[in-house]
Write a protein that binds this ligand. Structure first.
Ligand code: ADP
Ligand code: MG
Length: 636
């Protein structure tokens, strides 16, 4: 089974390894037990049901709320050589019955179905007699009224399940983690002893920043410019602003589309497709542009305004970098944003069924959430940590790539001071506590030091050039990492440990992430090691050995995608092209070792790309390819 699972992963999806949570979910489903997968956007939930679907004997039904989402997933599966179809209102009557006929004939392994179809006579007519092994419910939070996207038709799922002659295995998937939603899913869908798998919410490939400058347009333009031709989404708080920002960008000749609830259905659909199919590079939108946008290669999401709460922010920002490559999430904050959100809260009449008291309670909660969102824009702490803490997860104080970590923290080499501390303790024969030692090396003139003749210690005053605060931080680190201990007899006397000698004798280096020091400049040994900054995808691309080949593979890919009328990533992802242009595969085997190149895709497109690579190699007299290094997907 294990072997087979990996084979399917490689053959159909072209990947070598699973991401966190995927394997556990797949194994459980294959054992016939229900699952409930709670994983952040971009974690790879689709594979968790698609792989079992390919391995089960019978059919897999996937309930999904959005037409566009189904369409793209089915297109991607078809390209991968899987027989899949969708049944929703975008099909004409004729197409729908044709598809059902094929379904009855057992032509499809995976069928995506809109929830409102489940209880229709025609669909039941098929489902009652079909061999359904597995029912997967995507975006399962739609079943809950607590979620942001409640869809009453999701309530039909349980009815449907109960009508089936044999209950299939049920899998539920969502990125929404709140307890209320979780309880609703379990209760309403009556999952049977499900294995609940929750992966961390941290998205390491995303870097977060908040900008509070006055001129939002200038900030926005500089982000866009920095990103070259990367895809990006710009969220605005109102339709009116969407129109304004859209105009401004268009006037500058940028490739931009727009999306909000004021546009006609058709216009929205077209604009969304323009963006997903890479006909337009930028999308300016309200939060109506959202669920179901699983374009994997969005490289940046700019919030032109602060959204109403952290949940919305994380969800929207999370649409960046679903492919696991580096991506940026930038929030442009102004005080005005708070007022607009407050106005929305005060005038919230969304739910007419609520009594006045209930409505007031809802508003109170919303105000509280808005406050937390506002703090996010003001905090000097690590943004990633703030966010993860908000969602109830632990996180270290320094992520090293958010705007706060990059401006408020620095990595410093404190080896010199660590040595001074340890040596001073040793010379004074391990008789003192923290205060005496720190005051000694800092060169204090206290009575206590005089009494203990610490002025004679050869380390007296040798750490004068740093603040006491920093010395305390270093001391804390030495204690926490067992380079030092304290006696616990009430006096807390410092004692050396075996590890102390790693620093004093063996010369181990101690690097610490510390809040930036503003006042002291003569910090001789404090070398700043990291510049930081986020990496735009094109910088990664520029780092490969053949950027020109990368560009021509990209145009080949885009051309093919246009011909087939599928999004570009459905042909090959940027990552695949990047690897091709770096490793220069020459044979089928070498091509199959490229990340994202599966059997079926190789058969469809492989030769053309091999030819292009060969042509490039000949024209540029590039020698035998460098050793083929198997890439690891950079997710962890
Ligand atoms: P989710 O539904 O959880 O938001 P998706 O299922 O849309 O995420 O997956 C996001 C992206 O990650 C897709 O482009 C998918 O092909 C890719 N992906 C999923 N699993 C893996 C894996 N094991 N290795 C590499 N890429 C993966
Ligand atoms: Mg999904």
């Amino acid at each position: 089974m294990k072997q087979q699972k990996y084979q399917v992963l490689k053959q159909y999806f072209g990947y070598d390894s699973f991401r966190e949570g995927q394997e556990e979910l797949i194994d459980t489903i294959l054992q016939g037990r229900d699952v409930f997968g709670i994983m952040p956007t971009g974690a790879g939930k689709s594979l968790c049901y698609q792989i079992p679907a390919l391995m089960f004997k019978g059919i897999t039904l996937v309930v999904s709320p959005l037409i566009s989402l189904m369409k793209d997933q089915v297109a991607a599966l078809n390209q991968a050589g899987v027989y899949a179809a969708y049944l929703n209102s975008s099909l004409t009557q004729g197409q729908y019955f044709k598809a059902l006929e094929f379904a009855k004939a057992g032509k499809y392994k995976i069928i995506y179905v809109a929830p409102e179809r489940l209880l229709t006579e025609s669909f039941l007519n098929f489902a009652m007699y079909a061999d359904i092994s597995f029912l997967s419910i995507d975006e399962v939070h739609c079943v809950s009224q607590w979620g942001q996207d409640f869809r009453p038709s999701y309530l039909k799922i349980i009815d449907f399940l109960q009508r089936l002659p044999k209950r299939p295995v049920v899998g539920a998937f969502t990125a929404t983690a709140t307890a209320a939603v979780r309880d609703d899913v379990m209760r309403i869908l009556q999952l049977k002893n499900p294995k609940v798998v929750t992966t961390g919410f941290d998205r390491k490939n995303l870097s977060f920043s908040v900008k509070t400058g006055k001129d939002k347009d200038r900030e926005l333009l500089s982000v866009i410019e920095e990103h070259g031709d990367d895809s990006g989404i710009i969220y605005c708080i109102t339709r009116k602003l969407v129109e304004e920002v859209y105009e401004k960008l268009q006037k500058r000749g940028l490739s931009v589309s727009k999306y909000h609830a004021g546009l006609s259905d058709e216009e929205r659909r077209n604009n969304q497709d323009d963006f997903i199919y890479d006909r337009k590079q930028l999308m300016v939108a309200t939060n109506a542009f959202g669920m179901g946008i699983d374009k994997p290669d969005v490289r940046f999401v700019v919030h032109y305004n602060m959204p109403k709460n952290m949940e919305s922010y994380y969800q929207e920002a999370g649409r960046a970098g679903r492919d696991g490559e580096e991506a940026e999430c930038i929030l442009l904050y102004s005080a005005q944003d708070v007022h607009v959100n407050q106005f929305f809260i005060d005038n919230n009449r969304e739910n007419e069924e609520l009594s006045d008291a209930e409505l007031e309670a809802v508003k109170e909660k919303d105000r509280e959430r808005l406050k937390k969102m506002t703090y996010y824009c003001y905090t000097g702490d690590c943004l990633r940590r703030y966010m993860l803490n908000y969602f109830g997860e632990y996180a270290p104080a320094y992520c090293g790539k958010c705007s706060n970590c990059l401006t408020n923290f620095e990595e410093v080499d404190v080896t010199k001071y660590a040595r001074i501390i340890l040596c001073c303790i040793e010379e004074s024969r391990e008789r003192f506590g923290q205060t005496v030692i720190l005051e000694t090396i800092h060169g204090s003139q206290s009575e206590k030091l005089k009494k203990n003749r610490m002025m004679d210690n050869s380390y007296f005053g040798t750490a004068r050039d740093v603040t006491m605060e920093r010395l305390k931080q270093i001391m804390k680190h030495l204690l926490a990492s067992n380079y030092l201990t304290q006696t616990d007899d009430g006096y807390a006397v410092l004692k050396l440990t075996e590890l102390s000698y790693d620093i004093t004798v063996k010369g181990e280096q101690i690097l610490l992430k510390l809040p930036k020091q503003k006042e002291i400049t003569s910090y001789t040994n404090g070398v700043q090691l990291k510049k930081g900054g986020t990496k735009a995808y094109r910088n990664v691309a520029a780092g490969n050995s053949n950027p020109r080949l990368y560009e021509s593979l990209r145009s080949l890919r885009n051309e093919l995608a246009r011909e087939l009328n599928v999004p570009a990533y459905v042909v090959f992802t940027d990552r695949s092209l990047l690897e091709m242009s770096t490793f220069l595969p020459k044979t089928k085997e070498e091509m199959l070792a490229i990340n994202g190149v599966a059997q079926a895709k190789y058969e469809r497109f492989g030769k053309e790309f091999l030819r292009e690579i060969q042509r490039y190699c000949e024209e540029n007299e590039v020698d035998a390819k460098p050793a083929m290094a198997k890439s690891k997907y950079r997710w962890k």
